[in-house]
Design a protein around this ligand. Sequence first.
Ligand code: SF4
Length: 625
Amino acid sequence: MNLYFSFRDKNLITIWEKVQNNIELSLEDGLTMFHSNDLIPLGKMAHWLQTEKSGDAVYFIVNQKIEPTNICVLSCKFCDFAVKKGSEEAYKHSIEEILQKLSPELLEVHITGGLHPDWPWNYYVDLIREIKKNYPQIDVKAWTAVEIDFFHKKFKKSIEDVLLELKEAGLRTLPGGGAEVFSERVRRLLFNQKIGEKRWLEIHKTAHQLGIRSNATLLYGHIETLEERVNHFIKLREAQKQTNGFLSFIPLAFQPGNTGIKVRDHFTSAIDDLKTIAISRLMLNNFDHIKAYWIMLTEQLASVALSFGADDMDGTVGGERIAHDAGAITPMTLAKDKLIKIISDAGKIPVERDINYNPVKLHSDKIIGKVSYLNTAPFFEHLEKGDYKIFSSPPRQLGKLFKKDNLTAGIISLMDFFEKEESYEMLDYGIVGNQKVKSVLLFSKYPIERLSQKTIAVTNETSTSSQLLRVIIEHRYNIDATYINENISAHADDLPNYDAFLTIGDDALRFRKLHLKDFIHQYDLAELWYEWKKLPFVFAIWVIKKSFPQDEKQRFNEMLKMAYENGMSNLNELGQYRGKRLGLNSDEIKDYFLKLNYKIGEKEKEAINTFRKLLKLELEHKSLR
Ligand code: SF4
């Protein structure tokens, strides 16, 4: 695939080649983009990359911002939210007052505020604990790195202990604030009492290691240079390589208001905002999500940003005060319906999500579910999708949406299909491992026949592969093992501390390249199945809603057939971008597609029935135990 946009600025052409080949952009590339006036191709490149990552999805969450107090011991120059104790404008909320502001439909509260000089440690822990006790469905995103560092100093606890105690009370993620811009020069001039880059990154990496994911921000449009902005992106990209713990990046346009910064007496321009969003998308190629924070950008500009690389609108964000006090011109609360309309008008799928970007509901019709792995490229790279939209996700999450009848058609994991056969009919295509699949792998410290009584970690992205593993272990090898669901990632520094682990999809392809020291045995589940049953294994199949009109179904089938045939007749180009991101060379990518089979014929149907019978046996076996 070599997409060509019309570039007026020829300097962008080499950057576009790098983007398509997943080559990291340099400081010079970042500056070239900021200095370029060729805005539309810049947006198109960013939009292309965003679509590669999240299909047509744009996320939002039903959330509320809480600022327990505006009293702060610091006096950052860009902040006109904070006041000193005793000020007429000072306020502080008790836990009871905060609970009264919350409501059952919320899925997230976002808590940040001033660094109060007198509050005890218990206030912070109890606040989270009480929110979880009264509203168990609400996930808590709370306290920036600046606040975590403040707790560490004030309460004489290590950063680990602060984070662990908050996690134990119910904290799920950290917001990204407090990073401002990673520049010692700017820090000294604007917030010299506040933590700098080193401490901010250290706190976020510690949180990631403790299982607390986080977000990252950039405050731009004040006294920072373009070079400082680009360096900020590069430092975040490096940190993400180490922990893979950042969920999203949020560029925050500076609101001058009544702050102490009089360098510029106007808001950032729309062009600067769009460039910053697009360039952050392109520079931060290892971040999944870029947020258009509508409360600062305005609704209008945030909606344009959805075609410039952003794939998240944040949320309903009731009660925003910090931006408002500094002069943000958007209304205090955007209703959920309005967010849905903004996203729909941009031609995207409004995806209501939870704090970890798991989809809760898709607010759109005619959606095709795409498994977000390299192995589905033959269907999607040449799909002329017409008025359909694509929602891309690992199989387990797609299965949940199929269960809610939220998808019109798409690739469903075989296990999920067994549960939804009454609503969806099988089409002629699927993802089939013939004698090998290469991307459903068990890594083990012991030979498989010696896994009896051992613990196997299973990636929480799978629905079918985990069942296939159990069937093989219990019925082919006649052994019992313990299974634990885990968030297994080839990006993280630490490997799961188990006897074996099952990984699937793109992560399995990454793990194959890692040459793991302790996990010296590697098993391809399709191969184990083939040796045993002399049959292929069907991991997933294409389905369409039974209730869909007959003529639409026929058109869909033709569209799918054409996409597949085009995909397979362009094997030399197929999946190149994604494959290279996984560390595969062109031959390895081609070989991967050739090993798989994509058609459901008689043999595949026999394999599906054989597996179904074994699952039944497995269920009976369990009920006898
Ligand atoms: S930015 Fe945060 S730490 Fe700085 S003065 Fe404002 S509330 Fe306090």
